[in-house]
Ligand binder design. Sequence first.
Ligand SMILES: *Cc1c(COP(=O)(O)O)cnc(C)c1O
Length: 415
Amino acid sequence: MTDPRPALWLPYEQMKTAPPPLQAASTQGCRIALEDGRVLVDGIASWWTAVHGYNHPHIAAAVRDQLAAMPHVMLGGLVHAPALRLAERLGAITPGDLRHVFFAESGSVAVEVAMKMALQLWRNRGIAGRERFLAFSGGYHGDTLATMSVCDPEEGMHALFAGSLARQVIAPLPRDGEDRQRFDTMIGAYAHELAGVLVEPLVQGAGGMVFHPPEVLRRVRAAADRHGLPLIADEIFTGFGRTGTMFACEQAGIVPDIMTVSKALTGGTMALSAAIARRWVFEAFWSDDPAHALMHGPTYMGNPLACAAASASLDLFEREPRLEQAAAIGLALEAGLAPCRAMAGVVDVRVLGAIGVVQLAPPVDLAAIKAALVAAGVWVRPFRDILYLTPALTISEGELDALCGAVRRVVRARG
Ligand SMILES: *Cc1c(COP(=O)(O)O)cnc(C)c1O
């Protein structure tokens, strides 16, 4: 008898009771072909990474060339053209003087590095007692222990570990009235202990696809300035066109002190992330004292294959009209999802950039909805009460119609 307990351990799921996962065989454009022959239109671009669709020939060629020349060398003491070139390019396209790029392999680790930069920034300046961070309710910054501590503490995924995490200051986003006051009070009360402030600009992604207007982000920037705190903008979800601009911070006209990017950085092909710092942050480490060096260094940081993929992805943003495509997707999502507003069991329908969200009234039978979506020929992964679409920016009108149509049918059938 074969052991029914699988060797492959899956994320975020009670594997014993969950329906068996679908097995993907290949991808092309905005479609995922399954081993059983079915083909699904992908509505979420593999956790928002595959912005150019799958198997883009330009990225594939860049990775193939790099694989032949040099798959990897350590970045300790050695540098190479793919990493040098990508660092220059990221510095050139990110706002203001964000120019100093530290590579890692995952989003969570980039956030960890950004947090470590903020902590060491104070130490290097000889200031003690700056050990905590202010982050926001509804936020999500990753799954590692330090990043979990700056996620929403009520968040289902992480509440379990509350006792093991650093105790951070979690404030409401300063939207209006009472929240603005509470935010101002909290940042004022804790400022002397804080190393920095972390925010997801314009969209809180994994925390529930909740949007806030640019002025909220400007208030956060202004408050951080008032209290002399570095602001970390986590653009891991929002970066690379998802909100309609290359980076969400641009819409508020603010420059964070450290920005984290990952997810769509390589166009959904390779694991790569970066924490990108402004000049003044970098300068706090640039000294004659060896102890002032940034004490971090992931083994695969700046992996040449991943850097080549990321540079090829940036080529595509330059050569092809991705931001115009994001705007067109936004209009199509607005039109395609609007009918859901009138359906029973729908709390909210919202669209920002190339993100479309249908928020459902509880109780939500996630398993049934997931099955119905697959039966309708689409790959969409609702979570909690959130059904969302974040397709590749290259998706065709017909595929987008198919996605919106499937979402409408599934939401209507549930109501
Ligand atoms: C996905 C995500 C992360 C974590 O990235 P991983 O690569 O999964 O570690 C962090 N912050 C935001 C905003 C994200 O969307």
